[in-house]
Unconditional design. Structure first.
Length: 247
C-alpha cells in the first residue's frame, strides 16, 4: 500500500502540472468513439451502428477527467475504404501534432465479445506502420462492450485464445475493460488513468512529437513504403476487419 501511495503521490504531481492527451485508435464499430465519450463523461463523439465509418476525420474533444484536463483525439477507421493511404498518414500526423507535446497514451479499442484471430494483429501492425516500431510501448488495449462479457472474465478469454494473448502481450500486457453503456461509472475510468500513469512511469515519459518526427525520417521514401504497407494490410484484412459490422 505504501508503494502505491508513493506512486499516486507522484502521479498527482504530474496531474497538477500537465494535462492528459489520449489518442483513440481502431476500426469503426469497435466502440472507439464511445470510449472517448465514457472517458470524458459526456456525449462528445459521433458513434452509431452503421456499415460506414462515422469518424471520417480527426476529431478532438476535451474536458476535466478526475481533476485533470484531458484531450481526447478520435481518429478515422484504419480500414476506411474512402481514405487512401496518403490521407490516412496525413490524419495520423494531425492527431499527433494536436496532442502537444505528444500523446500520453494510444488507446486501441477491441470489443470484448468479438472472435479474436491473428487478423486482429493487423491493427497493431497498422499502429506501428503509422507511429513507429515503439508505438506499442505507449499503448493500452481497451476492451469495449464490457457489459456483454455476461459475468465472464476477460482474463479467461485471454488465457484461452492464443491470438488474443499475443495481441495483449504486444502491448506489454496492458489492457482494460470498459462498459460504455455505464458511462456514469467513473471508477472504471479512474482505473484506466492509473494504468496510463504507470505506463508513463515505466517508460520514463510518453510518446512525443519528436518520436513521431524520428519515425518519419527520410519522409518521402518512408511515406512511399508506408503507402505500400497500408495497402497490403488493407487488401489482406479488409474483408474480415470491416465485414463483421458492429457489436
Amino acid at each position: 500500500k505504501r508503494d502505491t501511495l508513493c506512486f499516486l503521490s507522484k502521479a498527482l504531481k504530474c496531474k497538477l502540472m500537465n494535462g492528459l492527451n489520449l489518442v483513440l485508435l481502431g476500426k469503426q464499430g469497435d466502440g472507439k468513439s464511445a470510449t472517448g465519450d465514457t472517458i470524458l463523461g459526456r456525449k462528445a463523439f459521433k458513434s452509431k451502428k452503421t456499415p460506414e465509418s462515422v469518424t471520417e476525420d480527426m476529431v478532438e474533444e476535451s474536458g476535466t477527467v478526475s481533476g485533470r484536463i484531458a484531450s481526447v483525439v478520435d481518429t478515422p477507421d484504419f480500414f476506411d475504404s474512402k481514405k487512401n493511404p496518403e490521407q490516412l498518414v496525413r490524419e495520423t500526423a494531425r492527431s499527433i501534432y494536436s496532442s502537444r507535446p505528444g500523446p500520453h497514451a494510444f488507446l486501441i479499442a477491441f470489443p470484448a465479445n468479438m472472435r479474436f484471430t491473428e487478423r486482429e494483429g493487423q491493427i497493431l501492425q497498422m499502429v506501428q506502420i503509422l507511429f513507429g516500431e515503439d508505438a506499442l510501448k505507449y499503448s493500452v488495449i481497451v476492451f469495449t462492450h464490457g457489459d456483454q462479457l455476461e459475468g465472464g472474465s476477460i482474463e479467461k478469454l485471454i488465457e484461452r485464445n492464443c491470438a488474443l494473448r499475443h495481441l495483449v502481450q504486444q502491448c506489454g500486457d496492458r489492457y482494460h475493460v470498459l462498459n460504455n453503456k455505464n458511462s456514469e461509472d467513473r471508477e472504471q475510468v479512474n482505473h484506466l488513468l492509473l494504468m496510463i500513469d504507470r505506463m508513463i512511469e515505466q517508460n520514463g515519459g510518453y510518446y512525443t512529437n519528436e518520436m513521431f518526427k524520428d519515425s518519419q525520417q527520410g519522409e518521402e521514401q518512408l511515406t512511399q513504403r508506408r503507402r505500400r504497407k497500408i495497402t497490403r494490410q488493407r487488401n489482406s484484412g479488409y474483408s474480415f476487419l470491416s465485414g463483421d459490422g458492429d457489436f
